[in-house]
Design a binder for this molecule. Structure first.
Ligand SMILES: N[C@@H](CCC(=O)N[C@@H](CS)C(=O)NCC(=O)O)C(=O)O
Length: 84
């Protein structure tokens, strides 16, 4: 089973897009809610080098901190979609 972690923020539309994809693919994942204040987003900054969300970690596939929602959706489809 995949071991996925999503860094996200409540009400973030980019995060919602990624979560919809995760649900479509029936993938389980761990969720880490980041603080609303950028200055306090130290954990997501450590994994991805920036403070925006969403960020995906997929250790099994060597993905340590992927940050653009479009990239994440494409990655999930390529890695876990029906074509994979
Ligand atoms: N282009 C990014 C935009 C993400 C974005 O703007 N996320 C907001 C929350 S909804 C955020 O964390 N903004 C702060 C930042 O980008 O540093 C994506 O599609 O992932």
């Amino acid at each position: 089973m995949a071991n996925l972690t999503l860094y996200e923020l409540e009400g973030c539309p980019y995060c919602a897009k990624v979560k919809t994809k995760l649900a479509d693919l029936d993938l389980e994942y761990g969720s880490v809610m980041v603080p609303r204040s950028h200055g306090e987003r130290t954990e997501v900054e450590e994994v991805s080098g920036q403070t925006g969300v969403p960020v995906l970690v997929d250790e099994e596939h060597g993905v340590e901190g992927m940050s653009e929602s479009d990239d994440i959706v494409e990655y999930l489809e390529e890695t876990y979609g029906s074509a994979s």
